[in-house]
Ligand binder design. Structure first.
Ligand SMILES: Cc1ncc(COP(=O)(O)O)c(C=O)c1O
Length: 386
């Protein structure tokens, strides 16, 4: 299978698995214990905290390990919701469901920050939306289109109005450089499996000095900020994945990914009639390509591509299987009919140029096949499965 679905998840790198293994079988000690093996586990966790902090330019004390990216986001928003005064939660219209569903669950009114047809928030328009707002959450990069947001500009405006701001950097981390000091954000969420770590482990950056209210209460691990016995193996794996991601950023992995993605995209844009790119071509992650294929139902295309050995997705991973056009595309003003013809291709450092071009040829062939059976309209998926 050619894996072009890295925004959904990534494979663990061999070094990451290697780092994790001793904590899965060997040393199983609870890091809160007072004996030797427990102290080794504690030391390994603190070293991973340092590695994660280094990926985003934070101090280790500002990093709290969580049980997933979703938990990081929920923890950040819970704290903001608890501590902020009256006013709405301001979130962009293209946030991941981890943000959208959480803010909807709290009974506070929610204000939706629009994006342009390029998928970006206009920082000049942002100021007006801050009226009557208690806190802000805007993602650093979108999971579907890869479009990046002007976070530091928004932070400056939010802070001028004394509004705390969280950013979901789950897709951005490890793919583009992130520095919490230059961004200026108050909280920032990470998820290890998006940068070749394990699934079910995340981290939350909490700016030193920021008032914080925990979501989970219990044994007061993570300095009381996230109770629950630490997942030593996955934390160590996240540290190693962060170290390798930082190294990759320094060694030009983003440039290599951009080259592969651009070649893949250029082939399809020139070779497939009615193929359109979505999202700002410049302000986006170097690994993501979001394309619409006129007169091609994306669910049908996914089936043909699966058959041809290419993994990718329509909308975000969480939407797969649902026939609803994604809220991200609708927010960008992409008509519903076209939104249903879009696919996301997302690359990782494990992809080669050869397989990207092989996949591009398979996409071209699948589009042709689908258009032949489908005629002019967007029809039922069942036709293509037989
Ligand atoms: C932007 C964004 N936020 C949050 C999440 C949730 O992360 P996790 O799967 O680690 O819970 C994802 C995962 O797809 C994501 O892409």
């Amino acid at each position: 299978m050619i894996d072009l679905d890295s925004n959904a998840t990534t494979a663990m790198l061999p070094e990451v698995v290697e780092a994790m293994l001793p904590w899965l079988s060997g040393n199983h000690a609870n890091p809160s214990g007072s004996y030797r093996t427990a102290k080794l586990a504690r030391k390994a966790i603190e070293s991973a905290r340092q590695q994660v902090a280094e990926l985003i330019g934070a101090d280790p004390d500002e990093i709290v390990f969580t049980g997933s990216g979703t938990e990081s986001v929920n923890t950040a928003l819970h704290s903001l919701d608890q501590l902020a005064g009256e006013g709405s939660a301001l979130v962009s219209a293209i946030e991941h469901s981890a943000v959208l569903r959480f803010v909807e669950s709290r009974g506070r009114s929610v204000k939706s920050l629009p994006v342009g047809d390029n998928g970006r928030v206009d920082p000049d328009a942002f100021s007006a939306f801050c009226e009557g707002v208690a806190y802000v959450s805007v993602m650093a990069a979108n999971n579907e289109t890869g479009v990046t947001q002007p976070i530091s500009e928004m932070v400056a405006i939010a802070h001028e109005k004394n509004l705390p701001i969280h950013t979901d950097a789950i897709q951005a981390a490890g793919k583009i450089p992130i520095d919490v000091r230059s961004l200026g954000v108050d909280m920032l969420s990470l998820s290890a499996h998006k940068f070749h770590g394990a699934k079910g482990i995340g981290a939350l950056y909490i700016r030193c000095g920021l008032q914080f209210s925990s979501l989970l209460h219990g044994g007061d691990q993570e300095k009381g900020r996230r109770s629950g016995t630490e997942n030593t193996a996955s934390i160590v794996a996240m540290g190693e994945a962060a170290r390798l991601a930082k190294l990759g950023l320094e060694e030009g992995v983003p440039d290599r990914l951009r080259e592969i993605r651009d070649a893949f995209e250029a082939f399809l844009l020139s070779e497939v009639r009615g193929c359109v790119r979505n999202g700002d071509p410049a302000f986006r992650l170097p690994n993501t390509s979001h394309l619409s294929f006129e007169r091609c139902d994306s669910a049908g295309l996914l089936i043909l591509l699966d058959d041809a050995g290419v993994a990718c997705s329509a909308g975000s991973a969480c939407m797969t299987g649902k026939q609803k056009p994604s809220h991200v595309q609708l927010a960008m003003g992409i008509p519903e009919q076209r939104a249903k013809t879009s696919l996301r291709f997302s690359f990782s450092r494990l992809n080669t140029m050869e397989e990207a071009m092989e996949a591009a040829a398979k996409v071209k062939k699948s589009v042709g096949k689908l258009r032949n059976v489908q005629g002019n309209g967007v029809g039922p998926v069942a036709v293509y499965t037989s």
